[in-house]
Design a protein around this ligand. Structure first.
Ligand code: MEV
Length: 440
């Protein structure tokens, strides 16, 4: 049934639920029961979640797993990962252990600059807008002082503001292109507040600027917003070891593995269809840690994929080489993350995740997240170039299917044993569980 409603947001939570279940569900009571099953019995905690967003009707759970044994710059971490996809945490843990025994991950923050822009229209002389910008630039920064003073005390703030002429793309289009250092905050609110202040000052002061004609005084602000493209907020993660040390109990020599691994990375460097999947594997690790630590995975995703196409072709984020018998695998990736502000001080599981990571600074978190991405990519390429991906995936998938069929613990034990020597497919598992139930 299609239905519209006005004033929905003003209804109480229980009235919202009543409307939803009565309008859309054949079994309203059943739907209500499921929604309520996911409420937290602690009213205060539930209210906290209710108030994160609007029109909350229940909570949507994701598992929070941990991947131990990550040695990063000589320090050991257990990394929290919030993700629904089976195999990701297992793969991360395996890669962590593999590299822990080979010197661990080396990381480095290359830069931490974030960007925001005021987009505006001005139909006049380029010379005059440049003069105006130069005359007003220090006032733009000064007028934003109430917003920036605390950040400045801690060593951050506005780094620079440039006037950018974009009229070759759109007639009359210019920008104030500003760069920021936001330290341990992701900085979205800080940057957006600064930008909105810039736009006010910029528009208002133009009205009394002597160097403008009457027409030129009419600067039209289109919008003021941070950019999620952060190519100068960059972190590098790397692993390396002697080629012969790559050997493990796979049916492949270390040299052959290194060759296939390099080929797989090269393919992702030149072939966008493969690069997207290759990078998706990296994002399996990155998003899971970004989510667990209360950061904005959509922002990270957008920025990372834009970076992957910075040279005009969508390409691999990671790279590999063998030089003088040393295998090196690395990645440089833009990550705008925060460890203060936003959800980090609110969500109890985010706080717990950050404590698990020894209360990292934003720079430390950038390194941990990049490592989770590189580890995930290593694990995926290792499976793909040796056993194939399905072997591991289907074992994890087995448990999901068994849960779907509400298998008992005894059934799970019997079928896990059975599928140690049989290929896991959806139909094979369904058949086996049916057979087992007939026999018992
Ligand atoms: C699946 O979630 C991720 C992989 O497809 C990544 C890859 O192909 O490199 C396994």
């Amino acid at each position: 049934m299609c239905a519209s409603i006005s004033g929905f947001s003003k209804l109480s939570k229980s009235k919202k639920i009543d409307w939803i279940v009565d309008t859309y569900f054949s079994n309203a009571e059943d739907a209500k029961r499921i929604l309520k099953q996911y409420w937290n019995s602690n009213d205060k905690l539930q209210q906290l979640h209710d108030e994160f967003i609007e029109n909350t009707i229940t909570n949507y759970y994701l598992p929070l797993g941990v991947a131990p044994n990550f040695l990063i710059n000589e320090k050991l971490y257990t990394i929290p990962m919030a993700i629904e996809e089976s195999s990701v945490v297992a793969a991360a843990s395996k890669a962590a252990k593999f590299w822990m025994d080979r010197g661990g991950f080396k990381t480095q923050v290359i830069s931490t600059t974030k960007i925001g822009q005021v987009h505006f229209m001005y139909y006049g002389s380029t010379e005059n807008i440049k003069n105006y910008f130069n005359s007003i630039k220090s006032q733009l920064i000064e007028d934003a002082k109430p917003i920036t003073k605390n950040m400045e005390k801690r060593g951050g703030g506005i780094l620079d503001i440039e006037l950018r002429d974009k009229t070759e793309y759109i007639e009359g289009y210019y920008q104030l292109h500003a760069s920021f250092e936001t330290l341990d905050a992701m900085g979205a609110n800080f940057i957006n507040s600064c930008l909105e202040q810039f736009s006010k000052t910029f528009k208002t002061e133009a009205l009394t600027f002597d160097g403008f004609s009457e027409e030129e005084k009419n600067i039209q602000i289109v919008m003021s917003i941070l950019s999620n493209y952060v190519p100068d907020c960059l972190v590098r993660a790397e692993v390396s070891c002697r080629v012969e040390d790559l050997n493990e109990d796979k049916n492949i020599s270390a040299e052959e593995f290194a060759t296939k691994f390099l080929q797989a990375v090269k393919i992702a460097e030149v072939e966008p269809y493969r690069a997207v999947t290759h990078n998706k594997g990296i994002m399996n690790g990155i998003d899971a840690v970004v989510l667990a630590t209360g950061n904005d995975f959509r922002a990270v995703e957008a920025g990372v994929h834009a970076y992957a196409s910075r040279n005009g072709i969508y390409s691999s984020l990671s790279h590999a080489k063998v030089e003088n018998g040393i295998f090196t695998f690395w990645m440089e990736i833009p990550l705008a993350l925060g460890t203060v502000g936003g959800l980090t001080g609110l969500h109890p599981l985010v706080k717990l995740s950050l404590e698990l990571l020894h209360h990292p600074t934003a720079k430390e978190l950038m390194q941990i997240v990049a490592v989770a991405g590189l580890a995930q990519n290593f694990a995926a390429l290792r499976s793909l170039t040796t056993t194939g991906i399905q072997e591991g995936h289907m074992k994890m998938h087995l448990m999901n299917i068994l849960n779907q069929f509400e298998a008992t613990e005894t059934e799970k034990a019997t079928l896990t044993e059975h599928f140690k020597t049989n290929v896991v497919t959806h139909s094979a598992v369904v058949e086996a569980i049916n057979q087992l139930r007939i026999n018992n």
